[in-house]
Write a protein that binds this ligand. Sequence first.
Ligand SMILES: Cc1cc2nc3c(=O)[nH]c(=O)nc-3n(C[C@H](O)[C@H](O)[C@H](O)COP(=O)(O)O)c2cc1C
Length: 731
Amino acid sequence: MTISIWRYSHLALAISSFLLLTLASITGIILAFEPVSEKIQPYRVNNFDGITLAQALPVLRKTYPDISELKVNASQFVQINGSDANGEKLLAYVDPLTGKILGSPKEQNEFFKWITALHRSLFLHETGRFFIGLTAFLLLLITVSGTMLIIQRQRGLKRFFTRIARDNFAQYYHVVLGRWSLVPIVIIALTGTYLSLVRFELIGTPKESAKVDFDAIRSEPAKNPADMDIFKNTKFSDVESIEFPFSEDAEDYYTFKLKTREIAVNQITGDILSEVKYPTQVLLTNLSLNLHTGRASALWAIILAVASANILFFIYSGFAITWKRLSNRTKNKYSADESKYIILVGSENGSTFGFAQAIHQQLIKAGEKSFLSQLNNYTVFPKAENLIVLTATYGLGDAPTNAGKFAALLEKHQQPQPVHYSVLGFGSHAYPDFCKFAYEVNNLLSRQTWAVPLTDVHTVNDKSPDDFSLWAEAWSQQIQIPLTILPELQSAASKRLETLTVNTAATESLKNGTFAISFQTRKRLRVKSGDLLAIYPENDYRERLYSIGIVDKEIRLSVRLHPGGLGSSYLHRLTTGEKIRAKVIKNEHFHFPEKAPEVVMISNGTGIAPFLGMVGENKDKVPCHLYCGFREQSSYEMYQSLLETNQAAGKLVNINTAFSRAGEKQYVSDLIAKDADLIGNILNKGGVLMICGSLSMQKDVIELLETICQSKTGNSISFYQSHNQIRTDCY
Ligand SMILES: Cc1cc2nc3c(=O)[nH]c(=O)nc-3n(C[C@H](O)[C@H](O)[C@H](O)COP(=O)(O)O)c2cc1C
């Protein structure tokens, strides 16, 4: 919620000021070159900061007896004013130590004059100045709201400068450059606002002149100016201007306008006749001018120019981001009430909508009625048969702004008919709570009586086309509508097919219709237990996926034979030595965990397939517990000897079996319920739970684990799902 307040303020402020901000930034960049071009003039003497008035004033007065005034400008050029020996007007830059003339001051360049007027007042005098002042203030508010957004994005001030997860170009550089130019932009905005307030006298700058008590002026003891304390202690770098005495009478005195005060000095004795310290407002005005114009430092002027150029980039990238968000507003061909397919999206920056649009368009093309909207528009969908949720995760594993109300709406609206659902999470492993909100949505849906899982929850890391296509394949397999991958994602998604040779064909089909089949692969094929094998029984778009277990260097599949099933009948028909074309799909999230202190494997039926390979891969003998459910003892027997050999080798701590149609008639969830303490401990110490098998088993186990997590660990199950401690691969 708060993220949207800052975001809307940031956007509203940007929209209301972008025209004037563009103008002020462009003119600001140009004006930054004025101090730079001035600084390269050869009128500043070396070691200027060390020169005292005692060293310079006697020389200057001797060389120019009719000098009336001396000024030191922001570039530290010393300019004298008076008349020369011939009585001619003298206005020149001089070397304060020698009195040598270095050049003569020039009028401000006409071009810079014109740009300055445009920058300050838009040629509209006070009205223009007001709008420019207002723009500076709005820029200040934009930087405040922008800073808040970065703090939220980075999850706290401490992580302000830590790595940024890369989104799209505009998004990424908006944040990266925003962080680096924050300080100069705040300074530009703050000083611009301050100078406008001074200009409109909303901040007063009272400046009193030094008042001299003429009766107290002494004319002795006379001192050599080079020996006067005030001359010795005052550096040229502190001077703004000096008015010289008009004559040699004691009543005529020096007036030093220094950076912080004004003093009157007796020219004969060196007495300080009066001293006035400038009020803070005057000091701040001077500082603001220096900082806003860069007149005191060429380096700072360049920083200001770069910061102003960044403001232009922010205007462009800010609008690019907004455009992307707005362009995702969908116009639906079919209403929510009449649609069979409902696609709901949780997205902050719009990329998830891109994926959703692709699915939506393909369903429409296939002649289906599909409705696409955001998760916050969840309601009753009377004709819905399929719900697809695609959602990103933000903040601390939270919902995106357009999905924040989903949980409450789900409670409120029950679907009147059974609806199949499938959840696809979008996230990034750069964040600790990977796709947490998607897991939460999936867990919430699984508790609804009307909701029937169609696929396991899938996740997409950093918009990976491979991850997306994995979900698309699993979904298509269930629905029988081919979802071809977006053309722009296609190149990455299309992989080479492998030729595999059947090593052991399905010799016998057991009573319950389960069989095993193994394939020999080429030597260098990189495949691990938990990866998926995609087969194409009819050599067309129809693909079937099976979980792989690597046993004795072979790909071993466990398959349930469905009467008339496309994939299972095809595999069942294959004979030893036959070759097939298939694709190995990497399924990294379901590999045997490399660093877990303890592992729990939970399966039912053919879901045991990847675990058969994984136990063999447990070379470090990580404590590993297996909970597997079957219909009857005979289904287990085909895996028993392999599992017991691994147990004897110390790669499995225990094998817990549940038979649903024999003996105690138990489900795998009953075994887990009994070992709730053990499961809680394993999660607490960073162990990993892997679940493979049917979606209905997964639903029961997840529900049970939610209770175990809450009571034994204090975290919700989605915490462990998003931290990769609970991994599922169900179908
Ligand atoms: C500020 C911010 C916070 C994020 N937080 C998470 C997070 O906690 N977990 C996660 O998996 N991804 C996180 N992400 C990554 C996004 O979920 C991911 O980039 C997603 O694809 C963006 O989708 P969208 O463009 O539709 O909003 C975050 C991204 C950003 C910019």
